[in-house]
Design a binder for this molecule. Structure first.
Ligand code: CUA
Length: 320
């Protein structure tokens, strides 16, 4: 049993301080359980061997009633152990919920079926991926626009429900650079399984650079700003677009935008804009409606303009 518990890596690798503390509680409790199991199993096996009825022994066992010492022991020992687990858990809970004054603030919005992240301390930059600097506590304020969702990054070790009408909180202190899946773990509708994003933990300098670039995208205009909007909003997570070097095939190939516009019988620019703010207005053959998040209709007008310009202009270059 101990070998099965200890030798198989059951849990995803750790990537946050909070997860390390949770793991401590987990192994503290598991250790106690292994010890108790070992004692109970040993006493049981010993009793089978030592006190079993011998062949031809038909006599009854001695009448026994009560054993004050034993009863005190089997009440006191579990009380001590359960109290110890409760104290350790309470300390870990309090420390995991504690958000330091200099924590990075991120406003998380969940809606069917997408995540978006806003950085008020970085000029209100938005992203559909959770970008985080290494080794700095982050305070997430989570809001839901429609139904209950739940925020979960397994490597960070905590789940937090996102509930309409209230703001919930979660503190994360990333300890590893890397990309981790960010998953909705509350059945929230047809697209629940697709409500996934990524947490991207970066070196602090890289994070600063990313935030600065993203801010340029907000304030600038033209195709360069459009590229920043494309990257910040994770368009490449679902779409192939040669100019941006993305190759995903969840949604339609954006190199084919001119051809799709022709099929829909619309001018390219109008078609591109409509497809971003109202993705189900025209659904390309072979793709299902209700997959693309409706969040992009909330992009500020300057960003939307820049994105449309980028898609129209760079697409022409890419397609030659
Ligand atoms: Cu949102 Cu499941």
């Amino acid at each position: 049993m101990a070998a099965v518990a200890l030798l198989i890596p059951w849990l995803p690798p750790n990537a946050s301080e909070e997860r390390d503390r949770i793991d401590f509680v987990f192994w503290f409790t598991t250790g106690i359980c292994i010890a108790i199991f070992a004692v109970v199993a040993a006493v049981t096996v010993y009793s089978f061997m030592r006190f079993r009825a011998r062949p031809d022994d038909d006599s009854d066992g001695a009448p026994i009633h009560g054993h004050t010492g034993l009863e005190i022991a089997w009440t006191a020992v579990p009380t001590v152990l359960v109290t110890a687990i409760a104290i350790v858990s309470a300390i870990v809970l309090a420390r995991n919920d504690n958000s330091p004054a200099d924590a990075l603030q991120v406003e998380v919005v969940a809606q069917q079926f997408a995540w978006s992240f806003k950085y008020p301390q970085n000029g209100g930059v938005t992203s559909t991926e959770l970008r985080l600097p290494l080794d700095r506590a982050v305070n997430l304020d989570l809001r839901a626009l429609d139904v209950i969702h739940s925020f979960w990054v397994p490597q960070f070790g905590q789940k937090q429900d996102v509930v309409p009408g209230i703001v919930t909180h979660l503190v994360i202190t990333p300890t590893k650079v890397g990309k981790f899946p960010l998953i909705c773990t509350e059945l929230c509708g047809l697209g629940h399984a697709l409500m996934r994003s990524r947490a991207v933990v970066m070196e602090p300098a890289q994070f600063k650079q990313w935030a600065a670039d993203a801010k340029k995208g907000i304030s600038g205009s033209g195709a360069d700003a459009g590229k920043a909007v494309f990257t910040n909003n994770g368009c490449g997570g679902c779409h192939t677009f040669t100019a941006a070097g993305t190759q995903s095939a969840v949604g339609p190939d954006l190199d084919q935008l001119p051809a799709d516009a022709k099929k829909a019988g619309q001018p390219l620019e109008k078609f591109t804009r409509t497809s971003i703010v109202d993705p189900d207005a025209y659904v390309a053959p072979g793709y299902a409606p209700n997959i693309m998040p409706k969040t992009f209709s909330q992009l500020p007008k300057s960003q939307l303009d820049a994105l449309v310009q980028y898609l129209v202009q760079s697409g022409k270059k890419g397609a030659k």
